[in-house]
Design a protein around this ligand. Structure first.
Ligand code: GLU
Length: 427
């Protein structure tokens, strides 16, 4: 199967991340005899919106930012996916990330499609007021696409509950009443769900527990863990796996990080980073770079930063037993092949980090019903959905003798393609 994208119309065709996704759909499709018409449909996003966003900066000048919202697929329900603020955001990456959302949501059988948004900006150097203006103007520009029944944004790299509150307020101001269901990952006070803030990290750990069971591995004080990225996903993954007794020996953020062979105090490291914005000077630890962290001999490696971190250049040096992908797209297809040959057990992104969108779904459901659940209920239901999805992916991987990534995409696309064929193609 080849996608009909031989001409350069929109610019994502040649992007390695998009190509990676396309190759995965193609290879997974072969495992399930995917209808070639469905493959053609899935090879392109449904809708793409580019917006330019003028913001008056604190120095009085106007800066114009580039933003996107991409809806890849809406067969199973409203489009769903985060909004990313990062200097490297572009249309091709946003498109690839929207595709991953489609397959993530279908894999865990949520009644949701896949989308992603982003603004090319550096939130770390912007004031609160600048970020608020940026968010509100972006929301008003993508207003025509979003809504609780259409497309529901959430936090991603560089955005958080406060960002979602501004999106919700701007949307609500336009329609004239409060619409909590237009976003997820909101503050609890305006309709957020208990358990949403730590859901992605919690899901990462739940999938590691499932993997360890299958691999006959104990998770205890002798288990070593390295976490790349100390944003929302990295921090909560580290904290929750540490609460099981495992030793987190290394953590990094953008500017590098720290190593300690008998385990880092995660809360102290988080407090330090919040205060100093760098791990530099954190007591009793050695310095470590992002590249070194990926090559550590540890039981569990959690890349929880950006895409394209484990490539053919360094995959051979990765020495973990379990790779649990907290980030979206951290491993290239060539690297995946090398890891397979080395016997690394990979829990792929669309499974490992699906806890975030699963609890987003719970938040949306609770909002629609105006009936809110306890944190215990949220976590139990998260466990049910993610461990069930893990089981389906693992069983397919065993039955077909294919790796976990291919298996996850195959299981997901099998479900989605049935739905697409039932609905048919309009007109
Ligand atoms: N941005 C997160 C992800 O990549 C969460 C998306 C959501 O909750 O809609 O999965």
């Amino acid at each position: 199967m080849t996608a009909h994208s031989d001409t350069h119309i929109v610019g994502w065709e040649d992007h390695p991340f998009y190509q990676n996704c396309l190759n995965l759909i193609e290879a997974a499709g072969e495992q399930i005899d995917l209808d070639p018409n469905v493959f053609q449909r899935l090879s392109k996003p449904r809708r793409v919106l580019y917006v330019s966003i003028p913001v008056r900066m604190d120095d009085g000048t106007i800066e114009v930012f580039d933003g996107f919202r991409v809806q890849h697929n809406t067969t199973l329900g409203p489009a769903k996916g985060g909004i990313r603020y990062h200097p490297e955001v572009n249309l091709a990456e946003t498109t690839a990330l929207s595709m991953l959302m489609t397959f993530k949501n279908a894999l865990v059988k949520l009644p949701l499609g896949g989308a992603k948004g982003g603004i090319r900006c550096d939130p770390s150097v912007m004031s609160r007021r600048e970020k608020q203006s940026l968010t509100r103007r972006y929301t008003s520009e993508i207003f025509m696409l979003i809504g609780p029944d259409r497309d529901i944004p959430a936090p991603d790299v560089g955005t958080d509950a406060q960002t979602m509150a501004w999106v919700m307020d701007t949307y609500s101001a336009q329609v004239g009443y409060a619409v909590p269901g237009v976003v997820t990952g909101k503050p609890i006070e305006i309709g957020g769900s208990l358990g949403r803030v730590d859901a992605t990290g919690r899901g990462v750990v739940y999938t590691i527990i499932e993997a360890a069971k299958r691999l006959n591995m104990d998770l205890d004080g002798n288990t070593t863990v390295a976490v790349q990225g100390f944003g929302n996903v990295g921090y909560y993954s580290a904290k929750i796996i540490n609460s099981l007794g495992c030793k987190v020996v290394a953590i990094t953020d953008v500017s590098g990080g720290i190593y300690k062979s008998d385990g880092i105090n995660i809360q102290a490291a988080k407090d330090w980073l919040d205060k100093n914005r760098t791990f530099d000077g954190f007591p009793e630890c050695d310095k470590i770079s992002n590249a070194e962290l990926l090559e550590l001999k540890v039981d569990i490696l959690i890349p929880a930063a950006l895409s394209n971190q484990i490539t053919k250049a360094n995959a051979d040096k990765v020495k973990c037993r379990i790779l649990a992908e907290g980030a979206n797209g951290p491993t290239t297809i060539e690297a995946n092949q090398i890891l397979n040959e080395k016997g690394v057990f990979t829990i792929p992104d669309i499974l490992a980090n699906s806890g975030g969108v699963i609890v987003s779904y719970f938040e949306w459901v609770q909002g629609q019903q105006s009936f809110f659940w306890s944190e215990k209920d949220v976590n139990n239901k998260l466990w049910e959905i993610i461990s069930n999805a893990f089981g389906r992916v693992y069983d397919f991987h065993q039955a077909k003798k294919i790796d976990m990534r291919l298996s996850a995409f195959a299981v997901s696309i099998e479900h989605l393609s049935k739905a697409m064929l039932y609905r048919g193609f309009f007109p």
